[in-house]
Write a protein that binds this ligand. Structure first.
Ligand SMILES: CC(=O)SCCNC(=O)CCNC(=O)[C@H](O)C(C)(C)COP(=O)(O)OP(=O)(O)OC[C@H]1O[C@@H](n2cnc3c(N)ncnc32)[C@H](O)[C@@H]1OP(=O)(O)O
Ligand SMILES: CC(C)C(=O)C(=O)O
Ligand SMILES: [Mg+2]
Length: 562
C-alpha cells in the first residue's frame, strides 16, 4: 500500500445542497422492491443459474412477496429468453407480479427483448447506458451530446416497437449506469431526455433508476445526489424514483436507506446481497431494518433459514455466519456479559410489549429462528453463560465462587480446543473436575461410612481408598457428619462453604453436594461435588474431591499410611 495514497486516489467531491432535507427524515413505509437476483445476481456467479435454478428462485421471490422481478437479459442469453417466454406463454407469472428485462441501447438487442416479452400483461423494459466521464471517454468515445442522442434514439425506438403490442402494458425503466460517478447535470439531462421521449404521463409510467454501479463515496453523498435529482426531474409525479446500490464500500444498505430519506421510492437489490463484486443492496437486511423500526416491509421472512437455503442452492454461494439477521451466529452470544444481559432480558420481556432484549435487535422467533443457541460457550464466555447452561440443562446450580473457578477451567479448555463447548461438554467437564465418582483417579475415593453418636458430638467412621489403592479407616468427631469427616481426615483444612441441592429435580432425584475447602497457606479454595441418593454420602464424596484437588491432600494421607 502507498504511504501517500492521495497521489493515486481522490476523495469524491461533496454535493452543494445547503438545504438538504433528508437528514431529519424517517422512513415510514416500505419502498417498492425489485429483486435483481435473476439478472445482476446471476451475472455475478461463477456459473450462471440454469433454467431449473432460475425457476426455483423465481418461485421463492414470488412467495416472499416481490411484485417486481428482473428476469434477466433475454437478448444476451438463450436461457433467459426461453424462461421468460415460457412463463408468459404458460401463465406462470402471477397477475400482481411484473417481470423486468434488461437491454443495452442497441436496436438488435431491443428487438430481441421485445420479442421475449410481448404478450405479457405488464412488463418493464430496462434500458441502460453508462454516462460517467471515464466511460464516455474511454469505453464509448462519445460526447455528452452524443450520449443524450443515443438515449433519445433508443427510447424512441423502444416506444415505436412496443406500440405494435398494445395488449401489454409497457413500462420503461431507464438507468444512467455509473450515476454515482457522473456529473449531476449530465445525469439529469439523460434522465429528462428519457422521460420526455417516453412521454411519461398518466398511464405511461417511467422508472428512473439511479445506481451506485460502483460505490465510491459515503452514503450521505449518495443521499445528496438523490435529493438533488428528486427535486429536479421533470414530470416528477409520473416518475418512480428508484435506486440500485452496490456494496463496494460495504455501505449498500446505508446508501439505500439514506436514498429513501432523500426521495427514492423504489429499491433494487438481491437476497442477502448477492451481485457484482461485493454485491448489490441486500434486500433482506433493508427489509428487516425497516421491520425493527416498526415498518411493515411487505416481504415475508418468517422462515429466513428456508430462504437462505434456497438462495444458497440456487446461487451456489454460502451465506456468511455473521450476515445480518440470517447468519448462523447472529442470534448467539458467546461473551459472558452479553449472555448475562440476554438471559435477564428474556426473563423481563413482556410478551405483549415492545421488544427490549439487550443485544438482540429483533426477536429471533419472528424469523422462524429459536432461542436455543443464544447462550453458547467459548473462550470469551463468562461465568454467567456457563452457569446458565449447567443450570438449564443439568440442574446444577453453582455457588458464585465455584462459577468463577469453573469458568477458568472452561476457558482453558476452550482456548486449547479453540472451539465452542456444547452444554453436554460443559457437563462432562464439570463431572471430570468436581464430581465423585466420575473423576478419573489420583484422588481419595469414598468406600463407605458409619455414623455414631459420641458425647463430644457426631462421630463418623470413614473408609477411603488412597491413590496407591490401599484402604484406610479413619475416625473423627465433629459438630455434624461433614465436620466429623474433616476431623477424620486429620488435615489442616477448613470448610468455607457447603451447599446441597437436588440434581435434576423430582422426588427420586440424587442429592448434589457442593463443598468448598480452604487449606490455610494455600492460594485459593477448591470445590468438590458428590452426587448420591444419600446426602451424607454425597457430602463426604464432595469433601474428598475438594481435598484431592490440593496436591498435599492425598500426599499427606499416603505419607501417614506408610
Ligand atoms: C452494470 C451492469 O450490470 S450492466 C449489465 C451488464 N450485463 C451484461 O453485460 C450481461 C449480458 N451482456 C452480454 O452478454 C453481452 O455484453 C451482449 C450480448 C449484450 C453484447 O455482446 P457484444 O456485442 O459481444 O459486446 P460486449 O459484450 O463486448 O460489450 C461491449 C460493447 O457494448 C457496448 N455497450 C456497452 N454497454 C452498452 C449500452 N448500455 N448500450 C449500448 N452499447 C453498449 C460497448 O460500447 C461495446 O461496444 P464496442 O464493441 O462497439 O466497443
Ligand atoms: C442498473 C444497472 C445498469 C446496474 O446493474 C448498475 O449500474 O449497477
Ligand atoms: Mg448493478
Amino acid at each position: 500500500m502507498l504511504r501517500n495514497p492521495q497521489t493515486k486516489y481522490r476523495a469524491f467531491p461533496c454535493i452543494d445542497l445547503p438545504n438538504r432535507r433528508w437528514p431529519s427524515r424517517r422512513i415510514a413505509q416500505a419502498p417498492v422492491w425489485l429483486s435483481t437476483d435473476l439478472r445482476d445476481g446471476n451475472q455475478a456467479l461463477f456459473e450462471p443459474m440454469n433454467r431449473q435454478r432460475k425457476l426455483h428462485l423465481f418461485g421463492e421471490l414470488v412467495r416472499l412477496g416481490f411484485k417486481e422481478i428482473e428476469m434477466g437479459f433475454p437478448a444476451a442469453s438463450r436461457t433467459d429468453f426461453e424462461i421468460i417466454r415460457q412463463l408468459i406463454d404458460e401463465g406462470g407469472i402471477p397477475d400482481d407480479v411484473t417481470p423486468m428485462v434488461m437491454t443495452q441501447l442497441r436496436e438488435d438487442l431491443i428487438d430481441e427483448t421485445v420479442r421475449a416479452v410481448a404478450g405479457a400483461r405488464r412488463v418493464i423494459v430496462h434500458l441502460y447506458n453508462a454516462i460517467a466521464p471515464v466511460w464516455r471517454q474511454v469505453v464509448f468515445g462519445l460526447s455528452v451530446d452524443e450520449v443524450e442522442q443515443l438515449v433519445v434514439r433508443h427510447v424512441q425506438l423502444l416506444k415505436d416497437k412496443v406500440a405494435a403490442h398494445p395488449q401489454t402494458e409497457w413500462v420503461l425503466q431507464y438507468s444512467p449506469e455509473t450515476f454515482c460517478m457522473a456529473e449531476l447535470e449530465v445525469s439529469l439531462r439523460m434522465c429528462n431526455a428519457a422521460i420526455r421521449t417516453w412521454d411519461a404521463g398518466p398511464g405511461r409510467q417511467i422508472i428512473i433508476n439511479l445506481p451506485t454501479t460502483v460505490e465510491v463515496a459515503t452514503p450521505n453523498v449518495f443521499a445528496d445526489q438523490i435529493e438533488w435529482m428528486h427535486e429536479r426531474l421533470e414530470r416528477r409525479e409520473h416518475v418512480v424514483l428508484s435506486v440500485h446500490p452496490h456494496n463496494d464500500r460495504g455501505t449498500g444498505v446505508a446508501c439505500a436507506e439514506q436514498a429513501l430519506l432523500a426521495g427514492a421510492q423504489r429499491v433494487e437489490g438481491c437476497l442477502f446481497g448477492n451481485g457484482e463484486r461485493s454485491g448489490n443492496l441486500d434486500l433482506v437486511t433493508l427489509a428487516l431494518n425497516l421491520y425493527t423500526q416498526g415498518v411493515d416491509p411487505r416481504l415475508d421472512f418468517s422462515d429466513i433459514a428456508g430462504v437462505a437455503r434456497v438462495a444458497e442452492t440456487c446461487t451456489g454461494l454460502p451465506i456468511h455466519p455473521r450476515h445480518p439477521y440470517v447468519g448462523d451466529l447472529v442470534f448467539t452470544a458467546f461473551s459472558g456479559s452479553h449472555q448475562d444481559a440476554i438471559a435477564k432480558g428474556f426473563a423481563a420481556q413482556d410478551p405483549e410489549g415492545f421488544w427490549e432484549v439487550p443485544y438482540l435487535p429483533i426477536d429471533p422467533k419472528d424469523l422462524g429462528r429459536t432461542y436455543d443457541s443464544i447462550v453458547r460457550v467459548n473462550s470469551q464466555s463468562g461465568k454467567g453463560g456457563i452457569a446458565y447452561l449447567l443450570q438449564r440443562d443439568h440442574g446444577v446450580s453453582m455457588p458464585r465462587r465455584m462459577q468463577v473457578e469453573f469458568s477458568a477451567i472452561v476457558q482453558k479448555m476452550a482456548d486449547s480446543s479453540e472451539t465452542e463447548l456444547a452444554s453436554t461438554e460443559l457437563w462432562e467437564l464439570f463431572q471430570r473436575h468436581y464430581l465423585a465418582p466420575a473423576r478419573a483417579g489420583g484422588e481419595l475415593v469414598y468406600l463407605g461410612h458409619q455414623l455414631f453418636e459420641d458425647e463430644a458430638g457426631q462421630g463418623v467412621m470413614l473408609e477411603i481408598e488412597l491413590p496407591n489403592g490401599s484402604r484406610q479407616k479413619l475416625q473423627g468427631i465433629g459438630t455434624g457428619p461433614i465436620d466429623a469427616a474433616v476431623a477424620a481426615l486429620g488435615l489442616p483444612i477448613r470448610i468455607d462453604s457447603y451447599e446441597e441441592r437436588s440434581l435434576g429435580g423430582g422426588a427420586a432425584a440424587d442429592a448434589l453436594a457442593l463443598v468448598e475447602v480452604a487449606w490455610p497457606g494455600e492460594a485459593g479454595s477448591r470445590f468438590g461435588a458428590g452426587s448420591h441418593a444419600n446426602i451424607v454420602v454425597a457430602s463426604i464424596q464432595a469433601l474428598l474431591v475438594a481435598v484431592s484437588r490440593f496436591e498435599h491432600g492425598p500426599a499427606q494421607l499416603l505419607q501417614r499410611s506408610s
